[in-house]
Structures are given as structure tokens and as C-alpha cells.
Design a protein around this ligand. Structure first.
Ligand code: ZN
Length: 314
């Protein structure tokens, strides 16, 4: 099933308070988003700037925008599935043809930072500066203004939801505490001017087990243990999760990287998974923005993550 079905389905049987009030559109049991993070060299270089002159390491990452992304676009075109690609601004500037090819094939482009920066210990003004720089790059290269954000490394600091709301984002996809989408309360004053109340964003939850990084990434001395999964193992793992989430009425968000899953055998396994998804009864295969647009119609109660008070030492 693709496209946007009518609203008004039954409540999902999903687990716990995170699913309260949530329902899929009429005729839909569950949904799947196929997402791709076009990180190219950015994530590795942010963590390891010393690798800027290491052609071997750079080539491992450049496989994404030079080779893998085109194979994946072929898979998506053959399967007639629209996906969401999260793109750091710096990557768009460095690999404009790849980003325009994604856009020209009708896929959604989301914001993924400027240089795939981590956010631990970073000030709010710096977080905002990176966000604006990413917007500028995606606009200059592809003429797009994303409505969705995914934090690099899924590192979402407590200040970020309010910043995202102020800049007009409608959804976010980095958190892991639910099987279904929900509304994330963006906090005091995030509605814009003082006193305008809290804004909220749709959260589309992710999970490390639904990411290809741990399974496929290996760069000696930089990332990975040297164990590299077989694509058939990943097909089995992801299919198990997809089938279980369909049974429970959940959202399956798969996160793949073109430099990893763009390789031939992995892309073939992914295509088999997409075929399986398309044949699954009542499964809505959609972009992140299509899912977010549905969630906005539900008038859910926004969820504010509880602030943490650390226990006093001694
Ligand atoms: Zn990334």
C-alpha cells in the first residue's frame, strides 16, 4: 500500500501509554518508512579530522554518494517506493549531483546537521548555527527546505526540540521510547514569541537494531569490531521486527547508509525486504513526512520527557 490513505482507523493494540490515542488511517494496520542517511565522509571526519588526508578512509565513505546511492535509487524506483533521505549540509555542498538525483527521483530530503556534528555538551546557539547552515546548504544545492530533522548519531540534546520548533520543523526522528509516532512537547516558549505556549513536533521513533551501522560498518581503528554481518542475517533481523510491528500496529523506521547498504548484496537484501513489506497486508509504506502529516491530524496529547534529577552523591 502506498500514497496517503483516509484518516480514521481503529486504535492500535500497541504497548503502554506511549500508544494511547494513536491510530493509523482507515484500512492501515502499521506503517514502514525506509530512510537513508547520506553521511558520506562527514560523520567520520567530525570524529576523526585527522582522516581528511587519508584517501582509503575517505573512499569507504565516498562509496555512498559516488556509487551506493545510485544503486539504492534504482531499487526504490523498481519498487515504486518513496523514501526519506537525511542529508548533512556539508555533504550536499560536496556531492550536489547525488543530492539532486535523490530530489529528482521524488524522494523526501530531511535535515541531518551541517557536518554531522555530535551534540554532547554543545550550547544552544551553536546547535542553532549548525541548523541554519544546514538549511542554507540544502537550499543552495537542491532548493529544498526540510520539514524533518534527524540528529547526527541520533544525539538529541534537551535544547534541540525547542530550536527545531522555532525553525518550523514538523517532525523529528532520533528517539527510541515508543513503537508508534507521538507528539514531542518542545518545551516552554517553543511556540515562538514569549507567552505563546509550547509547540510540539511529531516524533518518528528509531532503534539501533533497525540501523545498518552496527552490522556493516568497519574501518580499522575508527569504527566496528571487524565482524561484518551477512545481508541475509540483516534481512532476517529486519523482517522479524517488521512482522512483529505489523502484528502490534507499530511504525517500522529502517535507517540505512548508502556507503554501507548501497553495496550490491546488501542492496539486493534490502530490495527483498521492501518486496516483503509491499506484500504485507495493511502495511502503509510511506515517507516520514507523510506519516507526520497523518499524526498531526490525531490531536494527541504532547509528551514531555521527564527532566532528570541526578541522585546526590554521598
Ligand atoms: Zn548520520
Amino acid at each position: 500500500m502506498s500514497g496517503t490513505p483516509a484518516a480514521g482507523g481503529a486504535p492500535v493494540p500497541g504497548a503502554g501509554p506511549s500508544a494511547r490515542g494513536f491510530r493509523w488511517p482507515e484500512g492501515v494496520r502499521a506503517a514502514a518508512c525506509f530512510t537513508f542517511d547520506l553521511d558520506a565522509e562527514s560523520g567520520i571526519l567530525f570524529e576523526h579530522p585527522e582522516a581528511a588526508g587519508w584517501l582509503d578512509v575517505l573512499s569507504h565513505q565516498a562509496y555512498g554518494p559516488r556509487t551506493g546511492v545510485y544503486r539504492l535509487l534504482g531499487v526504490l524506483a523498481r519498487q515504486d517506493v518513496r523514501a526519506t533521505f537525511f542529508v548533512p549540509g556539508w555533504v550536499a555542498e560536496r556531492w550536489p549531483d547525488a543530492v539532486r538525483a535523490i530530489r529528482d527521483d521524488g524522494h523526501e530530503i530531511g535535515h541531518h546537521g551541517y557536518f554531522h556534528e555530535g551534540s554532547r555538551g554543545v550550547t544552544a546557539p551553536e546547535l542553532e548555527r549548525r541548523l541554519l547552515r544546514g538549511f542554507e546548504a540544502l537550499d543552495a544545492v537542491a532548493g529544498v527546505r526540510p520539514i524533518g530533522y534527524r540528529a547526527p548519531m541520533w544525539e538529541l540534546s534537551a535544547e534541540m526540540p525547542a530550536i527545531l520548533a522555532r525553525h518550523g520543523f514538523r517532525y523529528e526522528s532520533s528517539l527510541m521510547d515508543s513503537d508508534v509516532p507521538y507528539l514531542l512537547d518542545c518545551g516552554e516558549g517553543s511556540g515562538g514569541s514569549p507567552g505563546s505556549g509550547n509547540a510540539s513536533l511529531v516524533e518518528l521513533p528509531v532503534q539501533w537494531a533497525l540501523d545498518d551501522w552496527e552490522a556493516y560498518a568497519y574501518l580499522p581503528g575508527i569504527t566496528g569490531s571487524g565482524w561484518i554481518a551477512r545481508p541475509s542475517e540483516m534481512f532476517d533481523r529486519w523482517t522479524d521486527e517488521l512482522d512483529s510491528l505489523i502484528a502490534e500496529g507499530g511504525l517500522f523506521v529502517l535507517t540505512n547508509h548508502p556507503f554501507l547498504s548501497g553495496r550490491a548484496s546488501r542492496a539486493a537484501a534490502l530490495e527483498t525486504l521492501i518486496t516483503h513489506a509491499k506484500l504485507s497486508q495493511g502495511l502503509w509504506v510511506a515517507t516520514c513526512s507523510e506519516i507526520a502529516t497523518h499524526v498531526e491530524t490525531l490531536e494527541l496529547q504532547p509528551y514531555a520527557p521527564k527532566p532528570v534529577e541526578l541522585p546526590r552523591s554521598g
